[in-house]
Design a protein around this ligand. Structure first.
Ligand code: AMP
Length: 237
């Protein structure tokens, strides 16, 4: 599959710490499509002090899910931008069965509004990882506030403790990567996101990859699934 071809709408599904962010970055580089992370979009809103950011800030700090009605306009606006025309990767959305239903309905509506352009129903890659491994990955995660590079004190430490290899900035622990918050985030995932996998499974649009393997091996599996998948295009140019 060439970088210029449409690869459609891809959802990376998996608990926090499954490696969705890492894999999403690699897909964007390989296929030149944007990564859309609702967590990143929300954090940007919090940083910029927007009305949405002010509402979401405390909810996010507690590790709870931001209410759907706060998210939909933000996601719709992002998916309508021209850089999504050949496809995009959704990371962290949908996280509930209601969000999955909204996304299908939104994409189908977009096709009616804009019949000249093809849209795709999401193809979902689920990354499966054991609970205890997730805990280690998340408690060890450190991020560079300048270049956003991610390290792990257990698996992938920086050369100098607490300092980014690339730009020398002091690494930070994300507000919601504290252990008590992590447990809440993992429980929220079990409660609310498992049904998302079931939703897509029933629609025949879900494949699973083994997220316990190292990042390169996971990437191999992910790329294979993308190559084998022909976008479920509805409507068409
Ligand atoms: P993430 O970076 O994906 O782990 O998201 C960080 C936080 O943003 C989550 O713990 C939620 O509070 C919020 N968030 C991100 N995506 C969603 C979503 N699809 N639904 C509800 N809340 C979300």
């Amino acid at each position: 599959m060439e970088a210029s071809q449409s690869i459609g709408s891809i959802v990376l599904l998996g608990p926090p710490g499954a490696g969705k962010g890492t894999q999403a970055k690699r897909i964007t580089e390989r296929y030149a499509i944007p990564q859309i992370s609702t967590g990143d979009l929300l954090r940007e809103n919090v940083r910029n002090g927007t009305a949405l950011g002010l509402k979401a800030k405390d909810i996010m700090a507690r590790g709870e899910l931001v209410p759907d009605e706060l998210l939909y306009d933000m996601v719709a606006e992002r998916l309508r931008r021209p850089d999504c025309e050949r496809g995009y990767i959704l990371d962290g959305f949908p996280r509930t069965a209601a969000q999955a239903g909204w996304l299908d309905a939104f994409l189908e509506r977009e096709i009616l509004d804009n019949p000249k352009c093809g849209k795709w129903l999401p193809f979902v890659i689920s990354m499966d990882v054991d609970y205890n491994v997730l805990l280690l990955r998340l408690t060890g995660r450190r991020t560079c506030p300048t270049c956003e590079r991610i390290y792990n004190v257990h698996y992938q430490p920086p050369r100098v403790d607490g300092i980014c290899d690339v730009d020398g900035a002091k690494l930070v622990t994300r507000n919601d990567d504290r252990e008590e918050v992590i447990r809440e985030r993992l429980q929220a995932y079990e409660r609310q996101t498992r049904p998302v996998a079931e939703y897509y499974q029933q629609k025949g649009r879900l494949v699973s990859v083994d997220g316990m393997l190292n990042a390169d091996q996971v990437t191999e599996q992910v790329f294979r699934e993308i190559r084998n998948h022909s976008p479920a295009k509805v409507g068409g140019c």
